[in-house]
Design a protein around this ligand. Structure first.
Ligand code: ADP
Length: 216
């Protein structure tokens, strides 16, 4: 029997449960569709990527705030070095990338654990942003594959909903902004995962041949 057929005759708690399910499914569908759209636009070259000078602190705080709407109970520790230079990036898309990483960190780690996001300058003047969790980790053999389209680790946390598109979109966006992204697992204390993004700053310049990975 459905909510539509029974309406007010259905017990209030059952109605609330059904509505919560509808809400969850709707938000799942909506994130699925927006992921697919982003990917399609990226592949069609139809995504307009701005290259402004962006305050990375703003992008970090924006992404954390957005994540908190979806995971209100979860804790995130932010650590930003003083005097970080601006990065050449698209503010909205950088926030999107960080949101994807924070979303994953929460999805694949226990609810009581703390997700960390940090930004610092590397020795050769690139900006390094890391998102680190104490979660289930990524098996060695899957580390190189997680940025592939639709790839999800087999036997990973099956309860966590997802499309396998978030990281491939993140990688495409970072590369469009002239940066790189890589995953390390275990991250710390033999568990968890760390995603590290390197972006050029005005100190590294925009020389495409300079490799910010070199002394990172
Ligand atoms: P999904 O929608 O499945 O989360 P992503 O492209 O964002 O898709 O990630 C691909 C896969 O990489 C995930 O299905 C998961 O198996 C693994 N993964 C991503 N982030 C993490 C993380 N922080 N910890 C453990 N596994 C992760």
């Amino acid at each position: 029997t459905s909510l539509r057929q029974l309406g007010d005759r259905m017990p209030k708690s059952d109605r609330a449960d059904l509505l919560a399910t509808i809400e969850e499914e709707a938000s799942r569908l909506s994130s699925f569709v927006s992921n697919l759209l982003d990917m399609t636009r990226l592949e069609a070259g139809a995504l307009d990527i701005r290259r402004d000078w962006v305050d990375v602190g703003d992008a970090v705080r924006g992404a954390v705030a957005r994540t908190a709407k979806i995971f209100p109970q979860r804790r995130v520790a932010i650590s930003l070095d003083d005097g970080l230079p601006f990065v050449r990036a698209d503010a909205a898309l950088l926030e999107q990338v960080l949101f994807n990483l924070l979303d994953n960190a929460h999805k694949y780690s226990p609810p009581e654990s703390v997700t960390r996001i940090a930004a610092r300058l590397t020795a050769n003047g690139a900006l390094r942003i890391t998102v680190t969790d104490d979660g289930i980790g990524i098996p060695q053999e899957a580390l190189g594959k997680v940025f592939g389209k639709f790839y999800r680790v087999a036997g990973g946390d099956g309860r966590a909903p997802g499309t396998g598109l978030g990281l491939s979109i993140a990688a495409a966006l970072v590369s469009a902004m002239g940066g790189t992204i890589a995953a390390t697992s275990p991250a710390a204390n033999g568990k968890g995962t760390e995603f590290a993004i390197l972006l050029p700053t005005h100190e590294t310049g925009l020389d495409p041949t300079s490799n910010p990975m070199a002394t990172a």
